[in-house]
Design a protein around this ligand. Structure first.
Ligand SMILES: NC(=O)c1ccc[n+]([C@@H]2O[C@H](COP(=O)([O-])OP(=O)(O)OC[C@H]3O[C@@H](n4cnc5c(N)ncnc54)[C@H](OP(=O)(O)O)[C@@H]3O)[C@@H](O)[C@H]2O)c1
Length: 249
């Protein structure tokens, strides 16, 4: 993988390139998304169709660096998410950073249409966390409480600020948001997006497929942190532009 910006480098140390700011005192929310060259977030209804070996490599690394992987229930259902296992290749790095062996999977859902017997809740290194609302169905909530830690944040829609504060109380500051577009729009609208890692896949999709943010319009300027390239796949790391501070949860 080579770096095209901010300077050219024929090879790049990805752990350094994607390192979090040191000494975090508040949640740092990094999103990781993939898009086609014409801006689609899906191919045949899934993000997986846009992925590639370079994207998968960075995808795994970003999980390896995270305390928590935050995902919307829509994506968890469609992409077949599972509770997260510890990966031996990141064990030493995580230990050196004082992190648990694996990130915690955090699923955001209002309706709680999630199967308690599914792999979302079994086989991971840690209990999955479900973030939901006080209006959620009590029966579904009780069923999920037997297999997951359930956090209530908000009444009808998950309050991202409250959710991040609850994760921070659990020591989960390096938050990796893997979408989908509705959740990412909510995180961004609430002012909590610090960083966007965006893979641009060299393909056209056309149609009217959704983009990486869905929902109400936002206006968030970004600055390019770096741009990497491998096999024609572009991997950009954007950070929130100056003057756009993230509110403390
Ligand atoms: N290109 C990419 O990088 C990428 C990444 C991820 C996903 N995707 C694609 O995006 C599509 C899914 O899109 P999506 O926007 O529906 O996904 P999503 O944001 O993962 O899921 C939406 C669902 O998440 C829950 N949710 C999100 N924000 C919430 C909030 N503030 N409060 C309460 N619940 C909240 C709700 O779940 P309940 O319905 O359970 O209440 C909502 O229906 C899939 O086709 C997937 O493949 C693409």
């Amino acid at each position: 993988m080579r770096q095209l910006a901010p300077t050219y480098a024929a090879d790049v140390d990805l752990v350094t390139a994607y390192a979090h700011p040191p000494g975090l005192a508040r949640p740092w929310v990094r999103a990781n998304m993939v898009s086609s060259a014409d801006g689609s977030a899906v191919l045949n209804g899934r993000a997986e169709g846009l992925s590639s070996p370079p994207d998968q490599h960075v995808f795994r690394l970003l999980r390896g660096l995270a305390d928590a992987v935050l995902v919307g229930a829509g994506t968890a259902r469609i992409e077949g998410y599972r509770a997260l296992e510890a990966k031996p290749e990141y064990a030493e790095l995580r230990a050196s950073l004082g992190q648990r062996p694996a990130p915690v999977l955090v699923v955001v859902s209002r309706r709680l249409v999630l199967d308690p017997d599914s792999k979302l809740f079994h086989g991971g290194a840690q209990r999955t966390v479900v973030v939901t609302v006080s209006d959620a169905d009590p029966g579904r909530r009780a069923a999920l409480e037997s297999v997951a830690d359930v956090i209530i944040a908000g009444e009808q829609s998950v309050d991202v600020t409250a959710a991040l504060a609850s994760l921070a109380e659990r020591g989960l500051l390096r938050v990796l948001c893997e979408g989908g577009p509705h959740l990412l729009a909510g995180v961004t609208a609430a002012g909590h997006l610090d960083e966007l890692c965006l893979t641009i896949s060299p393909q056209l999709v056309g149609g009217d497929a959704r983009r990486i943010l869905a929902g109400a319009p936002v206006d968030v300027p970004l600055a390019l942190g770096h741009l990497l390239e491998a096999d024609g796949v572009l991997l950009a790391r954007y950070v929130r532009a100056r003057g756009q501070p993230s509110p403390a949860p």
